[in-house]
Design a protein around this ligand. Sequence first.
Ligand code: BDP
Length: 661
Amino acid sequence: EDGHALWLRNHSAVKVSISCPVHSPIIDLATDELKKGWLGKENMVLKLNLSKNSAIKGDGFQLEESAINARTELGLLYGTYELLRRQYLNLPQRNFISNPSYSRRILNHWDNLDGSIERGYAGSSIFWGNTANGLEITNQDREKWKTYARANASIGINGAVLNNVNASAKVLTQAYLEKVKVIAESLRPYGIKTYLSVNFSSPVLIGKLKKADPLDPQVQQWWKDKVVEIYKLIPDFGGFLVKANSEGQPGPQDYGRTHVDGANMLADALAPFDGIVMWRAFVYNPSPEDRTKQAYKEFLPLDGAFRKNVILQVKNGPLDFQPREPFSPLFGAMSKTPVMPEFQITQEYLGASKQLVFLSTLWEECLNSDTYKIGKGSTVAACTDGSLSKTDFTAIAGVANIGNDVNWTGHTFAQANWYAFGRLAWNNKLESKVIAAEWIKQTFLDHKEKTTDANFVKTTQNIMLESREAAVDYMMPLGLHHIFAEGHHYGPAPWFSNDKIRPDWTSVYYHKADTVGIGFDRTRNGSDAVDQYHEPLSSTFNSLSSCPEIYLLWFHHVPWSYRLKSGNDLWTELCIRYDHGVQTVRSFQKDWDKMKGSIDNERFAEVQSKLRTQCRDAQIWKDACLLYFQQFSKREIPFEIERPVHDLQSLKELTKSRDYQ
Ligand code: BDP
């Protein structure tokens, strides 16, 4: 068992007849899936109907006793996967309608054209670079793209950005576009639209122009021509994703123009073909201003000035995919510009593919956060899925964790994060515990449940649901953030500071530990980031006593002696949290060991071995952070918790090494 089949296991289906008035590649796929996977009544006749029912929206569907109804062919395919899932999970076959929360549900691949993947932990790219010039296409490639597309369609994903946001301009050259065309053809039958990340300087880098100024008519024409060329090859091309004027990427500000000028130029080129621009708000510069405030300050004044086919892509938190951040205030701020959440499925800051961390709870926490944009109940979900603004132009993105590894994602449990992203993108009200149970049963178990299965599901589901909080505890409890080792973002380096690099790329910038206390003061006495949130949140965050403790050191510089709700002082609580994180992972290890024999040996052993690594590395996090912060707190590590087993100097050496990641 190599895990390649993901959550789509083979099993012996029973006979079913499908009746459908139309025939097309998508309908053929749906029919084929039903025949391969049917576990309902034997010899039943199932109808696939294209319906005009106005309660069905977009590519949504209705399941009935003996029919799947949808307005679109793709809706019939999604209905097919839902029906088969329900049969596999032995869920009642109730009549119901399911509509997608977001109309565009997109994976962002940070794949480079040489085949490497930025922040990828599952091997090389499935799209690029496997041959000398990265352009040859084999039958194996085509097969892989098809399997990939099917897996995505089964969870409702309908778009893929094929290349890194730190984009090589080369992707827009003819040779690469020819390859994009072939990839698009493999993905199309499963309803996956193809998008590309573009380098804003492309007209200079691959065109013959001297500049990429968005107000220059020649530059505008260059993009128009390029877009025409793309649509000739890929008539249903989705559009562009752009990282501009961020972390050294070029952008309109290089020419004294604004993000609006840049985005609108591209939007005008794409509009005749219904293409869109996803403009990233992940923009910050070396400046004395608190990094977490910069995107909001940059984009809020631009609200209302973007073209109708521009959507702002905003990371869940105001910093950068940390184990825990409050939601980005931009979700509650923009009222005339559509905003789409960007989640990170690949575990850049959450243990790479070495650690079991189920991210669904993190995303659920973000989606359910109340922005108070138009009063109570204005959750991030409501601000982005069109329920507040009444628009159909909605989207959500997840940075993919997929590579050429046989099991696609490196860690078997990382497949669950891909799965969860798709399920939440389809239905942003789904609960993580439901998603986890669905995934476990489909990934590990036969649909005919054995009595021992219930225990396996429960144990594994508990591990998954606790895993993110455990990671927060052993890495960055109580609102700590970005104290990672430089570069690889895997291990701890709270000591990291370097005069030669910008302060906002060091750890000490974020934790600000001193003999008085620890934490970043973002209150009205500090950077005043709290006031980017609506009331009552801004005041709640601003006051030390009302600030939720999970965000304490995010918003406050807190004295070591400060008493928390537990009655412990800050130092003691910090020690207890770190230790609790380690203990929780140790308990995962025990619980998993007891599962031997419940599933295949291969995946059992892989997870067992990875949990050992995770325990070791959680201990390293705890020891490194406590021994380092102790130099400031000058207090004893409470005697009721286990003592560090490393010393600080050796950890500084260890986490520096590239091999450590
Ligand atoms: C950071 C990553 C970096 C990405 C950047 C981004 O460290 O590799 O390029 O985000 O999202 O998290 O653009």
